[in-house]
Write a protein that binds this ligand. Structure first.
Ligand code: NAP
Length: 249
């Protein structure tokens, strides 16, 4: 059986780090991508090593094509050909209304949340596709409930970026279904991570919890379970699908 090798983008913290922990428990070798926080990435690597798998931390700004190309080259050289990709890296920016949006903000948002996923998918497909000599594989894109809800008065630009990720998921899944590659997405709701502080409201989950049918935010570990399942052989007939991990929201 092929040794599973996964790249998780943005795996130094939050949902990416929790996914790394779970995939290491399940025997995946791991490429732990991060942008700035080497110390956090190295902790994730050390935790993975404790499960007896190979893991390397690789700095790359996945919003930049040259960094993505370099990231995949390092994985080829240091781990081998990936069998799984989790497009998890993503940002929000300070809460705003559309009437105050700027071009610079949009450029950063779409480079980071959309271009990164396209570029990483491109690199993964060229390696996984069975008609190009690959072994097949699975891709999970981390979208957001915002793609369904629109995030008014906060992050409409972010919601639109995640709608683009949903379209990528559906379109690519159909392009590569006959090449041994499954492409799915998880759409988390309000999850307890540091992303809310970067949007200017660290306590956002607590504020919004009463509006969630389950009356609480989710954990990164709960989202990781859905990601790991979609990557696994248990989901072998699932492609172009979405799991809403959002407490009923
Ligand atoms: P987080 O705690 O803020 O962590 C973000 C991670 O992404 C970090 O590892 C960060 O690396 C990395 N990153 C950011 N920009 C990057 C770039 N250009 N290149 C490479 N890595 C980059 O975020 P999170 O809450 O876990 O979110 C993870 C994903 O889930 C995102 O796509 C987000 O949109 C989605 N999501 C989150 C929620 C939620 O409520 N938390 C809800 C729905 C969807 P450094 O540590 O180096 O900075």
């Amino acid at each position: 059986m092929t040794q599973p090798i996964a790249l998780i983008t943005g795996a130094s913290r939050g949902i990416g780090a929790a996914t790394a922990q779970l995939l290491a428990q399940r025997g995946y070798d791991l490429a732990i991508n991060y942008q700035h926080n080497a110390a956090a990435a190295n902790e994730v690597v050390a935790a993975a090593h404790s499960h007896g798998v190979r893991a390397v931390a690789i700095q790359a700004d996945v919003s930049q094509e040259s960094d993505v190309v370099h990231l995949f080259k390092r994985i080829d050289d240091e781990l081998g050909t990936i069998t799984a990709l989790v497009n998890n890296a993503g940002i929000v920016q300070p809460q705003t209304r559309v009437e105050w949006i700027t071009e610079d903000r949009l450029d950063l948002m779409y480079r980071t949340n959309v271009n990164s996923a396209f570029l990483c998918c491109r690199e993964a497909v060229t390696r996984m596709a069975t008609d190009k000599g690959g072994q097949g594989g699975a891709i999970v894109n981390v979208s957001s409930a915002a793609s369904r809800l629109g995030a008014p008065n906060e992050y409409v630009d972010y919601a639109a970026s995640k709608a683009a990720v949903d379209a990528l998921t559906k379109g690519l899944s159909l392009e590569v279904a006959a090449q041994g590659i499954r492409v799915n997405a998880v759409r988390p709701g309000l999850i307890e991570t540091e992303i809310h502080a970067s949007g200017g409201e660290p306590d956002r989950v607590a504020r919004m919890a009463p509006a969630i049918p389950m009356q609480r935010g989710g954990t990164a570990e709960e989202v990781a379970q859905s990601i790991a399942w979609l990557l696994s052989d248990e989901a072998s007939y699932i492609t172009g699908s979405f799991i809403d991990a959002a407490g009923g929201r």
